[in-house]
Write a protein that binds this ligand. Structure first.
Ligand SMILES: Cc1ncc(COP(=O)(O)O)c(C=O)c1O
Length: 403
């Protein structure tokens, strides 16, 4: 990062107003935005007004902003920039290319049972319109941990579940990289390898909402056909900007579904010569200043170390929390060992999850509940301190006493 001195995690915390007045464990919902990112957004907005807003002076500047962001996100995913489309959020990155694929009645969509409701509902609607069949990839019950000796077990269990779910008509598999509910990492590259041996070579759609910004993703992103993510969770960027990495075969096979002037190779070509690259899934006018915000957040994160280094920090705190829960009576972590990333899901005996969220929220401690499986989820990021984890454990213990 050229213009910014590299901060430590503690200094990064201090740059985040959201962390100044609360104990925050909802990074998987939305990450806090650092002040330099907020300032970069307003500076970009000002620049647009100075140069434009609609002048030949502003276009090269805007196009530089877009290609710099595309390059940064493509590098993060380990794909060439041409395979990266800018989106608004995870959902649009999943859905826009998915709807453009050629389907045949009777094709099976095999969907993980830990997928987000939005993508599940969309697959249901696609199936209804195109006469497709829905199948379930059962990964929710897998509760292994990430110690070196157990990782093959997790991967093996996922591959067994895949084998059980595949049929000769499977045409798409939907699986998150990091499951938002149990917190397990899925062996995406191994799943992709298995799908290549299938006679119908099913597409692989990966929801990367929880993985990008929290773990190294390049191997998985390169293996998937659709690898969709957002900047507003673990990357601590602004809401409203994300991306999707697309395979070559996806770019060749999928037609734009929500087309606009940005999807066209030539803006004046109403005859629909779509871009051949990722831009075919970009649509039209969007909020360009957000690019500067996300770029600044990504630079801040990168200045703290590689993705792998940051995952080590994230896991120190998630292990601390997991161990604390494990050691206390009345708390049951979902996973049988320390989490592979920053998602720690657990139940509190005798307490409905939502009641716990409310009670802790009144103390300024923020985590969330999940419906399926019914549990609480606390996320730890590089900005989470050991003291915050102890605060959460103590508050949970106090809730049990006052029960
Ligand atoms: C796993 C997962 N998928 C998808 C989404 C939806 O994200 P977005 O609002 O960016 O589309 C979320 C948001 O919480 C999520 O956790």
């Amino acid at each position: 990062m050229a213009s910014m001195n590299a901060p430590t995690p503690v200094q990064l915390r201090q740059l985040m107003p959201a962390l100044a007045n609360k104990t925050y464990f909802n990074y998987g919902g939305q990450g806090p935005l650092p002040i330099p990112s907020l300032e970069a957004i307003t500076a970009s907005w000002r620049r647009i007004q100075e140069l434009g807003p609609f002048t030949t002076d502003v276009w090269p500047w805007l196009s530089g902003e877009v290609s710099s962001m595309r390059g940064a996100l493509a590098a993060l995913c380990g794909v060439p920039p041409a395979r990266l489309a800018l989106t608004e959020n995870v959902s649009s990155g999943c859905v826009l290319p998915l709807w453009g694929l050629p389907w045949q009645p009777g094709d099976q969509l095999l969907i993980g049972d830990c997928e987000h409701p939005g993508i599940v509902a969309t697959c249901g609607e696609l199936a209804r319109r195109e006469g497709l069949v829905l199948g379930t990839l059962a990964v929710k019950a897998i509760r292994g941990d990430c110690r070196a000796d157990s990782q093959p077990t997790v991967a093996g269990a996922v591959l067994d579940a895949l084998e059980a779910g595949l049929t000769p008509r499977t045409r798409l598999v939907v699986l998150s990289h990091l499951l938002w509910n149990t917190g397990l990492v899925m062996p995406i590259a191994a799943v992709a390898t298995r799908l290549r041996d299938h006679p119908r070579q099913p597409w692989l759609l990966v929801d990367a909402a929880q993985s990008v910004g929290s773990l190294p993703v390049a191997e998985a992103a390169r293996s998937a056909d659709i690898y969709a993510f957002t900047g507003h969770k673990w990357c601590c960027g602004p809401e409203g900007l994300g991306g999707v990495a697309l395979s070559e075969r996806m770019l060749a096979a999928s037609q734009p579904t929500l087309g606009g002037w940005r999807s066209l190779a030539s803006e004046s070509d109403g005859g629909s010569a779509w871009h051949r690259d990722g831009r075919r899934f970009e649509v039209a006018t969007s909020c360009t200043p957000l690019l500067a915000g996300l770029k600044t957040s990504l630079d801040l994160m990168a200045s703290l170390g590689s993705c792998a280094d940051r995952l080590t920090l994230i896991r120190e705190r998630s292990s601390q929390l997991w161990r604390g829960l494990q050691a206390s009576e009345g708390f049951v972590p979902l996973l049988v060992g320390p989490p592979p990333a920053g998602l720690v899901s657990f139940t509190v005996e005798g307490q409905p999850p939502e009641a716990v969220v409310q009670a802790l929220g009144r103390q300024g401690i923020w985590l969330r509940s999940l419906d399926e499986p019914a549990c609480l989820r606390a996320c730890t990021h590089i900005t989470t301190t050991a003291a915050e984890v102890e605060t959460l454990l103590a508050a949970l213990a106090a809730l049990r006493v006052s029960d």
